[in-house]
Design a protein around this ligand. Structure first.
Ligand code: SF4
Ligand code: ZN
Ligand code: ZN
Length: 315
């Protein structure tokens, strides 16, 4: 606990020092300020409409539970809007069960509808079993990420949602950006947007309401709200380059408060500059499962060994 008092209300003891603003905030002012920032992001990017049914991807970790909490507070003011939490059970023994239980507990507490889908149910096997039978040397996260993205889409459709909200925070987004940069993926690099919308309306819109909140603040918000979240790391966590980038970015932010925001703003600016030269997104429906893909067959189907469209049965 910071011994200084809050620079906003000048009354309560400090809870969080926001270096890049030169402020010390008490618990209550910190919570209010973070919720205000999220509301501002939502309205700036026009993320939601009053009649939306939003599927909130809730893993049971700090980011997603904080997002659920914030959106739930926000939604009390918008009674026409519906939110449903969707949780994906990847089938990682000894790890995922706790997170699913936490997600279930908070949804019950908040009175939010909750849909749990599992890899097992959707693909016929959980991640543990899938990896046992794999010969290729792709990382667990490469498979998991692709399968999970599709699982969230399927769960959102199942509950009848028209949008998906994910809890990616500022640090996640800048790390992904750097990852794309260092992996030479210029297309992805310049296409970042907190709102991914298919202009043809074929695929669900994905929004990232926490995109301007640093990871540290999301964690402190979770503590301020007394949220109990999963602290154990996934046993497959192997994204070496991302972890190194996280360490470097954390060090930079500590030494030069605000650099992560600067990088984020540059990302948005770069997208604006690149926009006139960007080819339209080639997203199309997978010939096998109908989910969005830039190829004929989506990555998830290919990973399951489906390499061509399901032949139509002649009438
Ligand atoms: Fe999946 Fe990798 Fe995340 Fe584990 S760390 S849940 S394998 S994406
Ligand atoms: Zn205060
Ligand atoms: Zn597919």
């Amino acid at each position: 606990m910071d011994p200084e008092s809050c620079t906003v209300c000048k009354r309560n003891p400090g809870y969080f020092r926001r270096e890049y603003e030169g402020k010390v905030l008490c618990k209550s002012c910190f919570r209010e300020s973070l919720e205000r920032k999220v509301r501002r992001t939502i309205s700036h990017w026009d993320m939601f409409s009053p009649d939306d049914h939003v599927a909130v991807a809730v893993s049971g970790g700090k980011d997603s539970l904080s997002l659920l909490m914030i959106l739930h507070k926000l939604w009390k003011r918008f009674p026409r809007t519906r939110i449903t939490a969707v949780t994906v059970d990847e089938g990682i023994a000894g790890y995922r069960e706790e997170a699913v239980d936490l997600a279930t507990k908070y949804c019950e507490k908040l009175g939010v509808e909750h849909e749990v889908v599992s890899f097992e149910e959707l693909y016929g096997y959980g991640l543990d079993d899938f990896l046992k039978n794999k010969q290729e040397r792709m990382t667990a996260c490469s498979y998991c990420g692709v399968f999970r993205r599709k699982a969230i889409n399927l769960a959102a459709k199942r509950v009848g949602a028209n949008k998906i909200a994910t809890a990616h925070n500022l640090d996640d987004i800048v790390q992904t950006y750097m990852l794309n940069l260092f992996q030479g993926d210029a297309e992805r690099f310049v296409r970042f947007s907190p709102v991914l919308k298919d202009p043809r309306g074929l695929f669900l819109t994905r929004v990232k309401p926490l995109c301007e909140i640093p990871e540290r603040e999301v964690v402190m918000y979770g503590y301020a709200e007394d949220l109990e979240f999963q602290t154990a790391s996934c046993p497959y966590m192997t994204e070496a380059l991302r972890n190194e980038l996280r360490t470097v970015l954390n060090k930079l932010e500590l030494a030069h408060p605000g650099v992560t925001f600067s990088a984020y703003r540059a990302m948005l600016r770069l997208r604006t500059l690149a926009e006139p030269n960007l080819a339209p997104s080639h997203l199309q429906a997978c010939k096998s499962c109908g989910e969005p893909t830039t190829f004929e067959i989506c990555e998830a189907c290919k990973m399951q060994g489906i390499n061509s469209a399901i032949p139509e049965i002649p009438a």
